[in-house]
Design a protein around this ligand. Structure first.
Ligand code: 0WD
Length: 256
């Protein structure tokens, strides 16, 4: 099996045990990687700490990082630099939009709601990539999570779809900037998974049911499936892959 022994990865966006970020963390941990977790703020610390303790890895680190705050991002990566030095990758598993902007007609989104969704869900990847670059002196891999709603219209996904389109384009531009430093940037387009964030999307159950009935694999996506695809993207097996988006969605994206 794949070994990431001696490598260090930053996992951003574990909220609870259902988080896709936690699925990625478990895959990386199983491969022997050292993990650094970041959480949005004090509100999340206890929950994340409790989960991380279950890994029984004393080398794991926990740091706050609210991605709406540039100083937080700079400080977070400066702390990481001081405590571990070199990192080999970052899993960016962060998104947010106001609940009122995740149902009905997209066009009703406010300027504020539009900017908030883009700020947390798209700009954050660029801000994080910039700070992480300095620590990836041995080359690196950045992986973000996106969704089909950024490529086509998915009912109710609305502003998050527009923000994911921006995130998807950011992956390509960042891949172009960072390739010369041996840093790859890719996205995983995950099928719908029941998490805290998914709760905000109106009529999420119908989306899941549609996948079970129509997706080529006839089942919904799991955190483990996304975790293992991320493991591939973080490992040297994917050394020739950058600027790519891998769909881990039971094949649903190929359907008309
Ligand atoms: O069906 C799904 N669940 C899918 C999710 C399908 C396809 C993609 N995705 C994406 C999401 O859009 C997101 O980008 O996967 C990513 C992770 O989402 P998730 O696992 O579904 O949701 P959740 O468990 O709620 O995690 C979202 C994280 C939380 O983690 P922390 O520990 O930071 O609380 O995003 C975080 C949120 O709090 N987050 C922030 N983190 C830092 N700064 C911020 C912020 N300002 N706002 C939200």
């Amino acid at each position: 099996t794949l070994s990431l022994k001696g490598r260090t990865y930053v996992v951003m966006g574990v909220a609870n045990k259902r988080s896709i970020a936690w699925g990625i963390a478990r895959s990386l941990h199983a491969a022997g990687a050292r993990l650094i977790f970041t959480y949005a703020g004090e509100r999340f610390e206890a929950e994340v700490r409790k989960l991380v303790e279950t890994l029984e890895d004393e080398t794991a680190l926990l740091l706050p990082c609210d991605v709406t705050n540039d100083e937080d991002i700079v400080k977070c990566f400066a702390d990481i630099k001081e405590k571990v030095g070199v990192i080999h990758g970052v899993a960016h598993c962060i998104a947010f939009a106001n609940k009122e902007d995740l149902s009905g007609e997209y066009m009703n989104v406010s300027r504020e709601g539009f900017l908030l969704a883009h700020n947390i869900s798209a700009y954050s990847l660029t801000a994080v990539a910039r700070e992480a670059k300095a620590l990836m002196t041995e080359g690196g891999s950045i992986v973000t999570l996106t969704y089909l709603g950024g490529e086509r219209v998915v009912q109710n996904y609305n502003i998050m779809g527009v923000a994911k389109a921006s995130l998807d384009a950011s992956v390509k531009y960042l891949a172009n900037d960072l390739g010369q430093y041996g840093i790859r940037v890719n996205a995983i387009s995950a099928g719908p998974i029941r998490t805290l964030s998914a709760k905000g999307v109106s009529d999420f159950n119908s989306i899941l049911k549609e996948i079970e009935e129509r997706a080529p694999l006839r089942r919904t996506t799991t955190q483990e499936e996304v975790g293992d695809a991320a493991l591939f993207l973080f490992s040297d097996l994917s050394r020739g892959v950058t600027g790519e988006c891998i769909h881990v969605d039971s094949g649903y994206h190929i359907l008309a």
